[in-house]
Design a protein around this ligand. Sequence first.
Ligand SMILES: NC(=O)c1ccc[n+]([C@@H]2O[C@H](COP(=O)([O-])OP(=O)(O)OC[C@H]3O[C@@H](n4cnc5c(N)ncnc54)[C@H](OP(=O)(O)O)[C@@H]3O)[C@@H](O)[C@H]2O)c1
Length: 74
Amino acid sequence: MKLSQKEKDRLKKKYGEWALVTGASSGIGKELAYRVAEAGLHLIITGRHEDKLTAIRQEIQSLYGVNVEMVVAD
Ligand SMILES: NC(=O)c1ccc[n+]([C@@H]2O[C@H](COP(=O)([O-])OP(=O)(O)OC[C@H]3O[C@@H](n4cnc5c(N)ncnc54)[C@H](OP(=O)(O)O)[C@@H]3O)[C@@H](O)[C@H]2O)c1
């Protein structure tokens, strides 16, 4: 799903420069992470599986050029 420019602007205005997305290694959290990055926000993504988070971080950075920090924790 692609976001409209209006929706990207709304997300940035509402949430600021950085977003924390928990459970970002799969499912709803993963999809949310991509959409928020598409809007231009930098991300902190969390989950237990470092390999999955690393792959997602690399893809998001490459697609959207935002900063992505990871927190691997149970
Ligand atoms: N899918 C639906 O239609 C739906 C509908 C209503 C409600 N929900 C609820 O929404 C939530 C997410 O659903 P989903 O389908 O996206 O699930 P999912 O694909 O299993 O994703 C769960 C996420 O949470 C992380 N996670 C799970 N246990 C964790 C723990 N102990 N510590 C840190 N991270 C943990 C997982 O990462 P790691 O495995 O890497 O830790 C993963 O990134 C669930 O609570 C679900 O019950 C889902």
